[in-house]
Write a protein that binds this ligand. Sequence first.
Ligand code: C2E
Ligand code: CA
Ligand code: CA
Length: 730
Amino acid sequence: MPHTHHLLIVDRDPVDAQAVLTSLRRLGPFHVEWVTTLNAAVVRLGNGGIGAVALNHFLSETQTKDELDALSAAAPHVPILVICAVREEALAIRAVGFGAHDYLLDDRADASLLARALGNIVVQRALEQALFVERERASVALDAIGDGVLGMDTSGHVTYLNVVAEAMTGWCREDAQGRPIADVFTVIDGITREAAKNPMEVAIEHDRTVRAAGNCILVRRDGFESAVETSAAPIHNQLAQLVGAVVVLHDTGAPKAVLQQIAHLAQHDFLTSLPNRMLLNDRLAQAIARARRHSSRICVLFLDVDRFKHVNDSLGHMVGDRVLQVVGERLTACVRSSDTVSRLGGDEFVVVLPDLEHADDHTIAVTRILSALSTPYVIGNHVVHAPASIGASRYPEDGLDADTLIKHADIAMYAAKDGGRGRCQFFTHDMNLRAAEHEFIEGSLRPALERGEFALQYQPKVRLDNGAITGVEALIRWWHPERGPIAPSQFVPVAEECGLILPIGNWVLRQACLQARAWADAGLAPVSVAVNVSALEFKSKEFLDGVRMIIEETRVEPNWIELELTETALMQDAHAAAGTLRALKDIGIQLAVDDFGTGYSSLSYLQKFPVDALKVDRTFVHEISGHPHDSTIVSAVIALGKTMKKRVIAEGVESKAQLDFLITHGCHEGQGFYFHRPMVSEHVAMLIDSRMPRSRTDQPSAGLDALDGALPAHVLPATRTKRPAALIQN
Ligand code: C2E
Ligand code: CA
Ligand code: CA
């Protein structure tokens, strides 16, 4: 619907006026009125509704200013257009000087021309006026709202700031306009305090509105910070081209609230909302101060959810997270409101029971907690059994400060786990020794790797029917410069815990391959070398590539290498394990299940795994005592292996009786002190060399004893058994 323009013509000549009037009406939406005198015009203007005045041939040399003033006074904002003859132009210019808005020259020849010109001017004025009003309205509105508004163009320069934005940024509009946006507008992340991305840049980049309600902090020119919510939108011109963006900054009015929120986050665990380590330390320190004043006691409980890793791995993080939340809720329900339940991270919780009067005041809480946590968790359609092991320490007996109490409860928790999980164990001072040893080993492992303190020994495996060597197992040895030998059973679990088993395992495999290559290069018959792979290595993403690379680098035949994986490692994620095993088989590597019989294998899985051999754990072999009924397990395990059509290797063979039993039950291979102890590589070479046909005349028995004697003391097992000559002579 076009806008109607109300025009008032002041003209003494009715013919002229009529002509213009008719033409204008024909031109478009003009409502034209006509008066003949200035006085009449003033009266009409006073009644309102007129958009423009055309003063047609009405100028007089003497009166112009007064005339214009009279009209302006009647309608201050209505534009006055002067129409005059060419000869009157000087007068018209003067009129503009006195306040007329414009003039038109008219030669009186064509009324329609004049009308069109007049119409154009009136329309244009009206548009300008509308635009001005619009802008003014926008500007007033922008200045009136409580939010800051800031604009920039696509080249990253400031185009606009409203009054609030001036106050928020500390920049006045004039100074800011045209500056790089980064000078004027700085936002940071409230929690990390790192520079946040300018939302207007994001809006331009993605050409859409972006909102951030998070912890955004606007930094004023003088460094003052305020928490803001931002909403940025791109701006387009009439051709739909992107020309810039505006951001609306809403001061959440609460730097304090944000700070409080940040403080809460800093002191509480995100997942469970329980106090975190920082707040725990605080509370415990306060409790200690109170206990000192009142001679009261404190009990600190360190909890670890048993098998939590398993829950997480098998049921996913969502279920795992929920279990942790429920653990938090159950713990909180078990204790007094003055007690502190906190989560340290992972599946570790600490409970502080302060202000206890008697030595056993904690027992009720501990019993309640143990029973609460042994109840299965029903999460979605899963029923999760994940009881917790608890370590406990007491103030003042077990420590006088927060750190010591927590550390000692932690140590006791490990003892609780060792003692069979799902129970509570109190700290005793001898636990400290074990913990110190653990710490020592953990701290010495990396330097050991760097300084080359590790070495490999090789223990032969033999065929039971004729004693022929079928291969060797590489076993790692550590000779610490001050402490001397440290057994793998002492440091391998620590290396697994701290992840260092990955580089160590890598080193072992490379070393074993290099050795196999060296033996081959020395002209020895190919020796199969078995390498132990820990669960962590086997699971690691880099494992397969690492194996491939080492095999390639050392130029060994893949079938010289046998990897020994424990049953437990394979069963942690049987599906993934099957894939990895297949890939290893594709390379051509031999595979053995180590410590067979000790894990909780799913036989159906085990049967599907493409493994070549099963190593019967030595604890079963040691049960062979000569009494047939003592040995049912080992015969069953051997039978199982044979049913699965795998090579069966008995570990830890130490006696003739064991050997006989194994032969009777059809076990294929054996490994143990009865045949050979682990030995250095040179001795392996000599042993194998001595078995080759050309050295048949040698006396291997005597020779081997001599070799064993040459080994460093730490390499030798404590008890030595005599090997039967028949086996050695092959
Ligand atoms: P394992 O894989 O079961 O290795 C066999 C262990 O039994 C070796 O202990 C070996 O010396 C010992 N042994 C051999 N014959 C007899 C015997 O007749 N009687 C008895 N009582 N023991 C015998 P070692 O070298 O102390 O290694 C212990 C464990 O440490 C290994 O058990 C293996 O789990 C781990 N380990 C050793 N070397 C490595 C390695 O390079 N990488 C990884 N991941 N683990 C290793
Ligand atoms: Ca092994
Ligand atoms: Ca084993």
